[in-house]
Design a binder for this molecule. Sequence first.
Ligand code: SF4
Length: 375
Amino acid sequence: MADLKNMIAQLEQVALEPAKAVAGIKSEGKKVVGMFPLYLPEEIVYAAGMIPVGMWGGQTEIKLADRYLQSFCCSIIRADLEMGMRGTYNMLDGVIMATYCDTLKCVCEDWKVAVPQIPFIPMVYPQNRNIQPAIEYMKAEFSRVQAELEKIAGTTVTEEKLEAAWEVYEAYRAACRKFVKLVEKMPKTLNAKTRHLILKASWFMDKKVYTEKLNAIMEAIEAAPAEEFNGTKVVVEGIMTEPLALLDAFVENNVCIIADDLAHESRQFRTVGRTEGTVYERMAYRIADAKGDALLYEEMKTKGQFLIDLVKDSKADGVVVCMMKFCDPEEYDYPIFKVELEEAKVPMLYMEIEQKMDSVEPLKTRIQSFAEMLS
Ligand code: SF4
């Protein structure tokens, strides 16, 4: 058990001090490329011998970014632009951004002017992602991004390197899918905050190293006895569950996150990759095959049924929606799945969050009340 706690603490530390983790990668002589939310072709970065790292905002005062972004833009991207302008991201050798929402479309142009010191690679994913021309388009986008990354890396990306990178990423995604299911066995050790920090660490590590560490943690969990738990089990939905004080509120009220539908967590790895075709075809189909994601256009909205099934499969007591203010794509989907959850009699708590909040006390009270209602 002591070993398990130590292994978990190592990953938690990476998530709590990402700048230190990225500095560690740089000290090994590797280049790092920043990945804006939400889904980007990390395998190409990896195949070019560089390490992709997450750019999911942070708790910072917004001063400089106000020149470009209104206060109603989401706090993740305001924080990213602020830190870019302040020089916090100067350790990055490049940045990739795709235009998933209105905010990202604007920041795509803003970033070029506001943060000119970091090489910038914009990308566009297709709306109608399931049709053959969309697959061909994505392959062309990946080739264009590859050429840009080769300039930064000073190397050539071959098909063999891409295959190797795809294998590393598929192993990472499979390990994460297994990990989130193991929370059921150890809901106390893998409480809401620890679960989040373990998954967050993956954004600041070489995925191969991360997967080895996660597999070691899972081996120890499998060998340990199951924990008894008499608290509340919930599925969380949204972009991400920060600030950390929010997760403290889950832990304090004995609420376990038994499964998630978060862009920052399970949506990164829940779609199983296809095995046929070139690497670029498999990467394109991972986008085309994704379901129930507000950021990836669906004519028939499947998120509601997806959440209902997730609640059933994970034996959750309810759903907590963590709505990142003011994420328009997520907000558009909410009224649709709200009705579906109500019809299915799935208890739901809706909370609006920001990465930097003056106080999370009102949210703590709401989590406490929800837990009491379900107990
Ligand atoms: S959280 Fe929503 S609004 Fe913010 S970048 Fe992501 S998709 Fe766009």
